[in-house]
Design a protein around this ligand. Structure first.
Ligand code: GDP
Ligand code: MG
Length: 148
């Protein structure tokens, strides 16, 4: 599997997405630190929200193949600045989570924000309904070239 780094605000569904990718039960657990599990590097939302921690995201990206910017379909606004992807020397994609909680308008808006942040491709998914999960997993199934 391609190794990925999940970045997004607190509560957008990064950890749940990781659980769904790995076929685990979807159990809520607050992410307190950078966690590495089977090729997925999960990060606390605070790392994006606080400027103090942003460098840690950049360092963590060196261990993965692809950076994944995660935004929820029901999130208001975005924490990703325009051109955020330029901080990383890895391909950057976007995932809109909780699609079942969004509307066509909010999903469209989230897609625009992710593209503005520099996401090359944007996937729409919901870990609970399973929408978009097969497509996402198919993309991630490509072999990894990273060390972890
Ligand atoms: N409906 C729905 N809820 C979700 C989804 N992903 C996460 N959630 C809920 O959103 C909350 C935060 O999820 P979590 O994965 O911990 O977010 P994180 O802070 O980005 O890791 C939890 O209560 C999850 O059950 C999803 O795809 N659909
Ligand atoms: Mg988490």
């Amino acid at each position: 599997m391609r190794h990925i780094l999940l970045i997004g605000s607190v509560g957008v569904g990064k950890t749940t997405l990781r659980q769904a990718i790995h076929g685990e039960d979807l159990d809520y657990a607050k992410t307190q630190a950078i966690e590495v599990k089977a090729g997925v590097v999960d990060t606390p939302g605070e790392f994006l929200e606080s400027r103090f921690y942003k460098h840690a995201l950049i360092t963590a990206s060196y261990s993965v193949d692809t950076v994944v910017l995660v935004q929820a379909a029901d999130e208001r606004g975005t924490r990703f600045p325009p051109g955020f992807s330029t901080a990383f020397n890895r391909p950057v994609i976007g995932v809109i989570t909780k699609s079942g909680l969004g509307t066509p308008e909010t999903i469209h808006e989230a897609e625009g924000q992710l593209r503005l942040a520099g996401a090359r491709d944007v996937f729409i998914a919901d870990a609970f309904t399973g929408e978009g999960m097969d497509e996402l997993k198919e993309i991630l199934c490509q072999p990894s070239t990273s060390a972890i």
